[in-house]
Design a protein around this ligand. Structure first.
Ligand code: DQA
Length: 163
């Protein structure tokens, strides 16, 4: 009974789902590219998928690069993994790359759109240089797939250390 209680009281691993600039405008922003779904819709899908995967979801959005750096640094101590859609900062931010490189966590980079079918400047990602994996072009479903990937990677620490 004591053992059972101890197992049940273990906290779930937390995944930070971080969203960068302009993603607060989903639903009204360029719907032909990003669809009509809102960021709140994506958050709800992440929470639902997190429940089935046994993950606690800490879902955040900011328009500010430094805030994302602070959250990634926070994740080093508080999270088991990171799902990151850095928006346009993906293509510009060495600061985000450095912050991600300082973590030893699984990092899944997500983009709603297929950045490789778009303008050339979107084809390069600083985030990818530190990401464990990248999912793009699958809309909101990409976030759920990223959570599935993190759930799998959390249990595979030796495999990651071999890289
Ligand atoms: C995006 C792709 C980026 O190029 C763009 O700047 C965004 C959104 C995506 O989710 O498809 O803001 O990250």
């Amino acid at each position: 009974m004591g053992e059972l209680y101890r197992v049940r009281s273990c906290a779930l691993p937390t995944v930070f789902v971080l969203n960068g600039p302009n993603l607060n405008l989903l639903g009204v922003r360029e719907p032909a590219i990003y669809g009509r779904g809102t960021l709140a819709d994506i958050e709800a899908r992440c929470r639902s998928r997190g429940t089935t995967l046994g993950l606690a979801i800490d879902f955040r959005q900011t328009n500010h690069e430094g805030q994302l750096v602070d959250w990634i640094q926070e994740a080093r101590l508080a999270a088991a993994g990171i799902v990151l859609n850095a928006g346009a900062l993906t293509h510009t931010s060495v600061a985000l790359l450095d912050a991600l490189s300082a973590t030893d966590l699984p990092v899944i980079e997500v983009h709603l759109s297929n950045i490789f079918r778009r303008e050339r400047f979107r084809h390069h990602s600083y985030v990818s240089l530190a990401a464990t994996g990248v999912i793009c072009g699958l809309g909101a479903r990409g976030y759920e797939l990223a959570l599935e990937a993190v759930a799998g990677l959390i249990g595979e620490v030796p495999a990651r250390e071999e890289r």
